[in-house]
Design a protein around this ligand. Structure first.
Ligand SMILES: Cc1ncc(C[n+]2csc(CCOP(=O)(O)OP(=O)(O)O)c2C)c(N)n1
Length: 325
């Protein structure tokens, strides 16, 4: 068998569907941003869709996720609907944050997704603590903590990984090495050759992965999950990728060398999966086009519905923030 996890047509198309949804939602969000309908900024995960898709595909219902700003596929993989996402970004009263926030800074604990805040590694110790708490309650939870290459040079990252190592907390620290922290290339961020080398300093396992090959990544994550669920310990999983848009839509990313961008364009995670599905005889071009058309229709309908929803009412904006005493 070429793939560690059995590759069925349904499971492969589900992976593609999650990545397509994220891509088409973001394309729509970019347009809304330039039309002035989104005030919170749009920070895309375009090119990085495989990472949240592969991890959520193999996680269990009790597992906990702390996604970062580019991890739309974590939200979708854990069950967020496109309508929730448009309502959130458009700041609608019907949205998950009821219009109090207008970007991906939201979570859903029923789905095991912590809300991110903007301070890079701030949620890494939180998810580590959440996993330890659930373990004490007798659950078999593991955690998925996401961080960018730049974020690995912050104190929060060090504290969380070291703490998890000392207490054998089963957390997969997923580094999305998209080669830049804003405009700073990795050559100016750290002195080690590869971020995975940092695992040795914490006395934990480090795994380097191709962040754009969703099938290979799913196999790697499935292996790690099978390993650490019964024998709890943290792992540093470093996924190589490239952010295909600016840091946010206000940034034209002109600092990314054209040759680097061109090389990664050939390795777009959606393109790679499409090519593999066709090569393996699991889908035809026509089927994949039909899937994309269905996703685009779903995204458009969700967007139109959210645009028709009301903004928050200032008179009731403070309601429901604190639990009733
Ligand atoms: C503690 C802190 N310092 C600085 C910032 C401003 N900031 C936001 S994102 C970012 C770059 C993050 O780079 P990286 O971790 O590589 O993630 P990427 O944006 O590439 O996905 C910076 C400096 C911040 N939000 N929090």
């Amino acid at each position: 068998m070429k793939h560690g996890v059995q590759l069925t047509k349904d499971s492969a198309l589900a992976l593609l569907r999650t990545m397509l949804l994220a891509r088409r939602i973001e394309e729509r969000l970019i347009r809304l941003y330039h039309q002035g309908s989104i005030f919170g900024g749009v920070y895309c995960g375009c090119g990085q869709e495989a990472i949240g898709t592969a991890t959520t595909a193999v996680a269990g219902p009790n597992d906990l996720f702390a996604p970062c700003i580019r991890d739309m596929t974590v939200h979708l993989g854990r069950g967020a609907q496109p309508l929730d996402i448009f309502r959130q970004f458009l700041g609608r009263a019907t949205g998950p944050m009821r219009g109090r926030d207008g970007n991906i800074h939201y979570g859903n604990l029923q789905r095991g997704v912590y809300a991110m805040i903007s301070h890079l590694g701030a949620m890494l110790p939180v998810v580590t603590g959440g996993v330890m708490a659930r373990r004490r309650q007798g659950r078999d939870t593991i955690g998925f903590a996401f961080i960018g290459d730049g974020g690995t040079s912050t104190g929060d990252f060090h504290e969380a990984v070291n703490f998890a190592a000392v207490f054998d907390a089963p957390v997969i620290f997923v580094v999305e090495n998209n080669q830049f922290a804003y405009s700073t290339p990795i050559t100016h961020q750290f002195r080690c050759q590869h971020l995975v080398e940092r695992a040795a300093g914490y006395g934990i396992q480090g795994v380097a992965a191709d962040g754009n090959d969703v099938l290979a990544l799913r196999d790697i994550v499935a292996g790690l999950v099978a390993d650490i669920r019964p024998r709890p310990r943290p792992v540093l999983l470093v996924c190589e990728t490239l952010r295909m848009r600016g840091h946010g839509e206000h940034d034209d990313a002109s600092y990314v060398p054209a040759a680097l961008r061109a090389a990664w364009e050939q390795r777009c995670p959606l393109l790679l999966l499409r090519q593999e599905l066709i090569a393996d005889g699991l889908a035809t071009e026509a089927e994949l086009e039909a899937l994309d058309a269905a996703v685009q229709a779903e995204v458009s309908a969700a967007c139109e519905q959210a645009l028709g929803d009301p903004p928050p009412n200032p008179a009731t904006l403070m309601e429901g923030i604190y639990a009733a005493g």
